[in-house]
Design a protein around this ligand. Sequence first.
Ligand code: PLP
Length: 403
Amino acid sequence: ASRFSVVEAGPPIEVFALTKSFTDDPFPNKVNLGVGAYRTDDCVPWVLPVVRKTEQQIANDLSLNHEYLPVLGLDSFTTAATKLLLGQDSKAISEGRATGVQTLSGTGALRVGAEFLARLLKYKTFYYSTPTWENHRLVFMNAGFTEPREYRYWNAAERCIDFDAYVADLKNAPENSVIILQACAHNPTGSDPTPEQWEKIADVMQERKLFPFFDSAYQGFASGDVEKDAFAVRYFEKRGFEFVCAQSFAKNFGLYNERVGNLTMVFNDKEVIAKVKSQVTLVIRGMYSNPPNHGARVVSTILNNPSLYEEWKGCIKTMADRIMSMRKGLRERLEAKGTPGTWEHITKQIGMFSYTGLNLRQVEHMVKEHHIYLLKSGRINMCGLTTKNIDYVANAIHDSITK
Ligand code: PLP
């Protein structure tokens, strides 16, 4: 008998299981609305032209080699990433109170940040929104947090943020709780707080001495503009908070499998930076030693070159515009058909995801009868829609609701 026979099978991860069912389905008109990645109107992944060009340039640069990067990553990358998040006129940057650490994409930044907070500050309690990206809880628990808690976020009946409940839950949080705040384009609801609501959230967090841990996985995807999408993080900086932010470059550079991320850290005293960095170095050294080079080099090259930077902003706009046009197209079709319910939320929600409001029975109907794959929560990735399949999907939604 194997010593491993004591191991029980773990639960499947819904998105990956869904993609497998989709791949195994021989139906010709099947549609995958489950994945968390951008797709073109031909339903294929997109290598941003500016990324392709930069990669070619890197491949031809014979001065580059495969030496290890430092434990905290490529300096030119972390500096540019921190500036992209906090902005050109950030006081934390000009006063030397902000720093960045290269990580294994957004997930790695969450893990390194969480492990640092659990080990060095002995923080135990963390809060995530219900609903949230399904991985927050696992990442924080694996990093050493022991008290997982939820703050209410969604009013399913009204299809909007349940702001009173949100604030009430923050008010009840014990001091030094870490609050995971999605910076923009909330996954899965596609609904972000308004500037006034962020102000109130900041008030409560200040009053209750809570620690903000931003998760910025979609900068640029909410509005098409990277500056606008950084509003919440920059607002907290201006308010004088100390915080950390996990930044992912998977979506906005289309570099999913290169694992490019940055953990931005903002302090109110620059004197703490050297000591903090020495401890983050040990966290990373003991976890994976040092990060990969390729994706960070691509992002750094683009962010540090004004003309490539402009080209990149154009690519983000292309992606955001396509998503917005699919939102508009889906809403128009459902309204034209008179599909029961209201469909305004489809265009009001932002970013890649839409929380359709379809219930479990309707979701199952979509999968079984129409070969359209979506999460049980009713979340769909707008990028799974194309000008070729949008009529098919709208008809299926109508059918699943009226049957
Ligand atoms: N945070 C949120 C809210 C996400 O949706 C994702 C990816 O889906 C991530 C973080 C992490 O992504 P990655 O590790 O690929 O950068």
